[in-house]
Design a binder for this molecule. Structure first.
Ligand SMILES: NC(=O)c1ccc[n+]([C@@H]2O[C@H](COP(=O)([O-])OP(=O)(O)OC[C@H]3O[C@@H](n4cnc5c(N)ncnc54)[C@H](OP(=O)(O)O)[C@@H]3O)[C@@H](O)[C@H]2O)c1
Length: 270
């Protein structure tokens, strides 16, 4: 699979989402994904599948060093002591050595962001975690995390797909050199059957899912992590590097969420 990396941590631009798969279903899907060329796998403490993700990586013939492993600290584990204890547990369950990227899964209003970030920085010093980031953070929360951290906040993982405008956050991420990781890039499957995506896809022999993924990864600083459980879908979602959407097609897809109007408004300062 052709791919490329973006940002401080050199994240592969296409990742494999693993929620809500568990047990052997998850292990087998990640094995297939690695076989099909994915080199970035997304898991979380909350998904209860870190062990299976680690097993799939161990079973695969792909070098561990070539795989970018992302996990997330559960919202309820954001206090410093819980960060230290539970990230160690994630590290043991995954059993892949240093975790490439550990995220705060969601902001916890009861724990100051600097407290969680401070504990994550300590785990980086200890070598349990290479990079850190956040998920479901607003621009203000992301700024707070960046200000608190001794190391770059490499990504904010948020819901982003053709029906969801993220112009504000993406503009901030581009300015600050933060990767926006798009979760639910297929709108949990809802992009399938969308007339404009299918029509655009027909021009290239691609499906609506492939057009949605291509639209995301063709944007500056955006990485997409589609989840799929069948070999057919897993493979299909990697076949997004052999075509390019035109500016008009990109704009038409932005329009599905009102994102184009927002971009023009900013450009024209109206
Ligand atoms: N940070 C967070 O709070 C957060 C929240 C949600 C998700 N995530 C992460 O993001 C990942 C992806 O998001 P998601 O699972 O919500 O949604 P998604 O990737 O947008 O959609 C997954 C759905 O699309 C279907 N699908 C996949 N490829 C397809 C294709 N080529 N054609 C037709 N249908 C296809 C899948 O079906 P099959 O399984 O049958 O193939 C599944 O039902 C998750 O797995 C997780 O790792 C993070």
């Amino acid at each position: 699979m052709q791919g490329w990396t973006v940002g401080e941590a050199e994240m592969p631009i296409l990742g494999f989402g693993t929620w809500p798969m568990k047990g052997p279903t998850c292990r087998e899907a990640v094995e297939i994904a690695l076989e099909c060329g994915y080199r970035h796998v997304d898991t979380a403490q909350m998904y209860e599948n870190e062990r299976e993700v680690g097993q799939a990586i161990a079973n695969s013939s792909v070098d561990r060093a070539d795989i970018f492993v992302v996990s997330k600290i559960r919202k309820g584990n954001c206090r410093p002591a819980a960060v230290r204890e539970t990230v160690r547990e994630s590290h043991d369950r995954l059993d892949v050595g240093t975790i490439d990227l550990m995220l705060i899964h969601s902001p916890n209003p009861r724990v100051p962001i600097p407290d969680t970030i401070g504990a994550m920085n300590e785990l980086q010093d200890e070598g349990l975690v290479e990079h850190i980031g956040v998920s479901n953070f607003s621009v203000e929360q992301l700024r707070a995390a960046m200000d608190a951290s001794e190391t770059p906040i490499v990504t904010n993982q948020v819901a982003y797909h053709p029906f969801r405008d993220q112009s504000d956050l993406l503009e901030f991420c581009i300015d600050e050199d933060v990767v926006l990781t798009a979760y639910s890039p297929l709108a949990k499957g809802d992009v399938i059957g969308t007339e404009s995506l299918e029509r655009i896809g027909d021009r290239y022999g691609k499906t609506a899912a492939q057009v949605a993924i291509r639209w995301l990864i063709q944007q500056e600083n955006v990485v997409a992590i589609p989840k799929a459980s069948s070999r057919r879908h897993i493979e299909e979602n990697t076949e997004v590097f052999d075509f390019e959407l035109t500016d008009t097609e990109m704009a038409e897809i932005f329009e599905l969420s009102g994102g184009l109007r927002e971009r023009l408004r900013r450009l024209l300062r109206i």
